[in-house]
Write a protein that binds this ligand. Structure first.
Ligand code: KG4
Ligand code: ZN
Length: 343
């Protein structure tokens, strides 16, 4: 079985060809990061237009790397939820057109489930059942993953996503988009204990929720003075920038690792799978590995390139193909947060 997977939910246009043994036969990715950096974040209209330009060349590149034609595929899979509406629509329209042209079945991919499935692709070991932690630019959520396509939501962020907080704090510090890698770099020269930023929700072991907006405000007050909002990013000294980056990063990482451990305990699970762009963070990876040793749970965390958006994680379509879960050609995009991901 050979499936073409397409990803265009945010600012990366990606395609991959995978087989039923999860081998990646071909892959291509066109990143829009340089374009959006000029605006300090993803501009949805620009993202949609860039996807339109990139989508067919990226599909072509993945197919030619796999040395396959459309006719030789068994199905075409595409992310239709969640994400930016205009971005998702470009991938979906392309996938439908290719399905019609080559008379192939269509498979829908949930982007969040795919982030967890990246762990299944990266390791020759089945992580399910497990607790799934998804930490990206748009989502910070915990799931009970009963199987590769059976996800039960446990909780999510009540305000900002972790990646969004990284991006916004980076902007406050005058660091470039995307904020995660910029803060990680700045933090290398900083003291993570310099400022004792809050760890919201961490004391509440029952609620599987995150909150990062208060932490963001705490950083702003540290820079501007309590109750004030104005300061000049240009005037922040290098050491202050590094110390704030390191202390902020430490607080976010403590919340993510702490909540994941609480979820493992609460649901009596001993395996954790982590996915999403923030899972590429070096300090997070270090601390979640330490937690895995300390609390003796099995950890699956894909290499950084498979944590950020890509089409290889769309290999989850293999599982849907095997389960006979095909989509109709009137499939729509579903940009919002998926409350019940068991579909
Ligand atoms: O999963 P992803 O590539 O796209 C979404 O689905 O949102 O995640 C993007 C997010 C951005 O907020 C970015 O700043 C963050 O992941 N990110 C990181 C790192 N690399 C990317 N955050 C912290 N540390 C990193 N090294
Ligand atoms: Zn993502």
């Amino acid at each position: 079985m050979k499936i073409l997977t397409i990803e265009s939910s945010c600012d990366e246009t990606a395609a991959a060809v995978v087989d039923d043994a999860r081998n990646v036969l071909g892959q291509a990715l066109a990143s829009q990061i340089d374009t959006h950096r000029l605006y300090g974040g993803v501009v949805p209209e620009i993202a949609s237009r860039a996807h339109i330009q990139a989508i067919l060349p990226v599909v072509q590149q993945a197919l030619s790397e796999a040395q396959l034609t459309l006719e030789e595929l068994d199905a075409i899979a595409v992310v239709n939820e969640p994400g930016l509406a205009g971005s998702l629509l470009v991938g979906l329209a392309a996938a439908k057109a290719l399905c019609v042209a080559a008379n192939k079945p269509l498979i829908a991919i949930n982007h969040l489930q795919a982030h967890i499935y990246a762990c299944r692709v990266a390791f020759n070991d089945n992580p399910f059942p497990c607790i799934g932690l998804i930490v990206s630019g748009g989502h910070s959520s915990l799931y009970r993953c009963n199987g590769s396509i059976d996800f039960q939501p446990l909780g999510t962020t009540i305000d900002d996503a972790a990646g969004e907080a990284f991006d916004k704090v980076a902007a406050m510090l005058g660091l470039p988009y995307p904020g995660g890698p910029s803060i990680q770099k700045a933090a290398e020269n900083g003291n993570p204990q310099a400022y004792d930023f809050p760890r919201p929700m961490l004391d509440d072991h029952d609620r599987m929720q995150f909150s990062f907006s208060g932490l963001k405000t705490a950083v702003r007050y540290k820079l501007a003075g309590v109750g004030k909002v104005d300061f000049k990013a240009m005037e922040i000294s290098e050491q202050l920038r590094a110390d704030i980056a390191a202390s902020f990063q430490e607080a976010v990482v403590d919340c993510l690792v702490g909540k994941a451990v609480q979820a493992l305990k609460k649901y009596h699970m001993n395996t954790l799978c982590v996915g999403g762009g923030v899972a590429a963070n070096a300090r997070f990876r270090e601390k979640v590995m330490q937690a895995s040793d300390k609390y003796r749970f099995k950890l699956f965390i894909a290499p950084p390139k498979l944590c950020t958006d890509n089409a290889v994680m769309g290999a989850i379509a293999i599982e849907r193909y095997k389960a006979g879960l095909f989509a109709d050609l009137d499939l729509d995009v579903s940009p919002g947060l998926v409350r019940d991901a068991k579909r």
